[in-house]
Design a protein around this ligand. Structure first.
Ligand code: SF4
Ligand code: ZN
Ligand code: ZN
Length: 332
């Protein structure tokens, strides 16, 4: 049997994508238009931004966050946003080199301001180096602390009102299902599309791709010719519970189209707005005694992590220099 060619619902041209959950086939141009509109609608529905906001967009060089920057750029006139991109070069060999190159190419094509934090050059640290000095800790947990800290610090330094990250619907599903399975209710309630700012300590975080799948960001990136690096970080692991949940949910989605989006929509509608910048369950954040950034105890996770890597005795002095260099790098 000869297969039928699907037609775009809007122009009748040949469709490149069939969104089963929405029963919608679209050509490349109409898919791009559709996704930009959908993300704009999500941002309005969850009141992610206000007119005139300065948004710091965290871009890793992968398809999700590079697509996010491209789409926020397309929406920036209509939503009246000022954008600054932030990339952290983690110092993970070829993975970091190629991710950084993709970000540099994209921002130069879009003409968006870029803050580049090169961990090795600007801080004298790298993720492999930190993982080496904290052998009992997973590299991804160290990387999470560093990224969260740098995002908050750079946002403060450039005066950003919001930090936008490229978390997708698939990320939401896998985190939420995992926290449900391990019965971690505090963490589960912190999975939101938009968080309130922490009084003077950190701006609001927004996740405009909360209702967009990774498949959709990939199709958008390929159709729009967005540069991105597609290889996985050498530290990423496939045997984690999150990864298995993702595989399972994709299997479920193929039998029950729309189950992922309906889960996330209903979940976000009920959870509402809760501060998610908090580091540890239940403790209200306060300024770190060393650096003034959000902490759940006296000293924040970043200062503890870095002091240990720099050496207990000299830690404090070197840490002060390092934070100064970080602030200087944010301004370039
Ligand atoms: Fe960082 Fe882990 Fe992601 Fe690699 S896989 S970039 S180490 S969080
Ligand atoms: Zn079309
Ligand atoms: Zn600190």
């Amino acid at each position: 049997m000869i297969g039928t060619v699907r037609r775009c619902r809007f122009c009748g041209g040949s469709a490149i994508v069939n969104l089963r959950y929405a029963r919608l086939s679209l050509c490349g141009d109409h898919f791009k238009e559709y996704l930009v509109k959908r993300i704009g609608d999500t941002m309005r529905r969850y009141e992610m931004v206000r007119e005139g906001d300065h948004v710091l967009v965290a871009v890793s060089g992968g398809k999700d966050s590079n697509t996010l920057l491209h789409i926020l750029h397309a929406l920036s006139g209509e939503l009246k946003l000022r954008l600054t991109a932030l990339h952290i070069d983690l110092g993970i060999g070829e993975y970091s080199d190629r991710s950084r190159a993709a970000v540099e190419k994209l921002v130069s094509e879009l003409g968006v301001d870029l803050v580049m934090i090169d961990m090795d050059d600007d801080l004298g640290l790298t993720i492999p180096g930190l993982a080496e000095s904290h052998r009992r800790r997973k590299a991804c947990s160290i990387c999470g602390v560093v990224k969260r800290y740098v995002m908050n610090r750079v946002a403060k330094s450039v005066g950003a009102d919001r930090i936008a990250t490229g978390h997708t619907l698939d990320d939401f599903v896998q985190y939420a299902v995992k926290e449900f399975l391990v019965q971690n209710w505090d963490q589960l309630l912190r999975i939101t599309a938009v968080s309130e700012p922490l009084d003077g300590l950190a701006p609001s975080r927004i996740k405009p791709l909360a209702e967009v799948t990774e498949r959709e960001t990939l199709i958008y990136a390929l159709t729009a010719g967005i540069p991105f690096y597609h290889e996985e970080c050498p530290y990423s692991e496939r045997r984690t519970m999150e990864y298995r949940i993702k595989e399972f949910m994709n299997l479920l989605e193929s039998d029950h189209p729309g189950i992922k989006i309906s889960f996330v929509r209903k979940y976000l509608k009920r959870v509402g707005r809760i501060g998610v910048n908090i580091e540890v369950e239940g403790t209200p954040p306060r300024p770190c005694k060393v650096c003034g950034m959000p902490a759940s105890g006296d000293v924040c996770s970043f200062c503890k992590l870095v002091s240990l890597a720099l050496g207990a005795n000299e830690g404090r002095t070197k840490l002060g220099e390092l934070l100064k260099r970080l602030d200087e790098a944010s301004k370039t």
